[in-house]
Design a protein around this ligand. Structure first.
Ligand code: FES
Ligand SMILES: [Fe+2]
Length: 365
């Protein structure tokens, strides 16, 4: 009798290749990225590298946030090492002053400001805890492309948040977040059972936006979750993911219990990977809920859960980056299985975006 097991298994396996974003794909610039949490940006200038650009962030006297190229036009001194004077930032080397629009407003040695001296100013938008920066053409920021979070402004919601620097390419984080099958192995039983790892998410692609969903039934809930929601096991939990841009990965956990009528609880889990470079990423995250919103113990539990799980992802992604740095063979292609389908659609969408940017740049006069 012919053994077909091998061929069936082989049919289920593919490999990464043409048409998928990889670490050689240029970073996508026509996009809003989170530059910082709102409470990080103050009257003390702060430095952050975003898409390989050195940027200084500060607030004007009226509280409006400003982002400028962190490189003085005179002799490249970092502007974040200077100081603020009103709404201007004063270079710490020879005292050139720059306004929030990036124009030089004063050169002490000349007594005036030559119009040709300026640094790039980056458009910013604040939305809830996030300060978004437009890294594309500074004269054409597309606010319609900003992915606002409804819960940020909605009454009855609260959130916890966190930040990690990852020495790893941002695409790996998107792949990780699209892949719930790693939960029981990387994160242990607290986040998922082994049989959940085999569940294939439903994947839907609308233009360049990728959505996935997977339902897990009869899930145990932690005492802290019970305290926050009043729900007791067994519950059904639907995990939905949506990736509308390289800058954000929207997750939600929708829990329904067995009471009559069933209770329903939604927790938003928002991951914000901002590429620092091709090998490093700023990882901002927020977890938002609409129950027990004034309970600091639930805040602490939610934050601890996020910090633990996302730190485990960081360790894995940095280990992968290290392997890739050590083993640079050009013919290595990662294999794909059925549970990777959502992640692959994300890589395809990012490849299309990068190709469009390249085409637009080639057509520019
Ligand atoms: S380097 Fe900034 S004023 Fe000279
Ligand atoms: Fe994870």
């Amino acid at each position: 009798m012919a053994d077909t097991t091998g061929s069936a298994a082989e049919e289920a396996v593919g490999a990464k290749g043409v048409g998928m974003a990889g670490r050689d794909t240029p970073l996508i610039r026509q996009c809003w990225y989170v530059a910082a949490f709102a409470d990080e940006v103050t009257r003390t200038p702060m430095r952050r590298t975003i898409l390989e650009r050195d940027i200084v962030l500060y607030r004007k006297e009226d509280g409006v946030a400003v982002a400028l190229q962190n490189r003085c036009a005179h002799r490249s001194y970092p502007l974040h090492s200077g100081k603020l004077s009103g709404d201007r930032i004063v270079c710490g080397y020879h005292g050139f002053e720059y306004g929030p629009d990036g124009r030089c407003a004063h050169v002490p040695a000349l007594g005036f400001a030559p119009p040709a001296i300026r640094v790039q100013a980056y458009p910013l938008v604040e939305d809830g805890p996030f300060v978004w920066i437009w890294m594309g053409d500074p004269d054409r920021p597309d606010e319609t492309a900003l992915v606002r979070q409804a819960w940020c402004a909605a009454p009855g919601w609260t959130h916890v948040k966190g930040y990690m620097h990852m020495q790893a390419n941002y695409l790996g984080l998107h792949e990780n977040l699209m892949d719930l099958s790693h939960f029981p192995f990387l994160h242990g039983a607290a986040l998922g059972r082994a049989d959940h790892a085999a569940a294939k998410p439903k994947v839907r692609v609308e233009g360049d936006v990728v959505h996935t969903s997977v339902m897990h039934r009869d899930v145990a809930v932690s005492p802290a979750f019970q305290a926050a929601t009043g729900m007791t096991a067994p519950v059904d939990r639907e995990s939905v993911q949506s990736v509308p841009s390289p800058a954000i990965h929207l997750g939600a956990s929708i829990t329904t219990d067995a009471s009559d009528p069933p209770q329903r609880h939604v927790r938003h889990i928002v991951h914000v990977p901002t590429p620092e470079s091709q090998t490093s990423t700023h990882y901002f995250w927020a977890i938002a809920r609409h129950t027990a919103i004034d309970d600091p113990a639930i805040d602490a539990e939610s934050k601890a859960l996020g910090e633990k799980a996302f730190a485990e992802d960081k360790v894995a992604l940095e280990a992968i980056e290290d392997v890739i740095a050590r083993d640079r063979r050009s013919d290595f292609r990662e294999k794909i299985i059925a549970t990777d389908h959502g992640a692959i659609q994300v890589l395809r969408a990012f490849a299309r975006m990068a190709a469009r940017e390249h085409d637009d740049a080639s057509r520019a006069p």
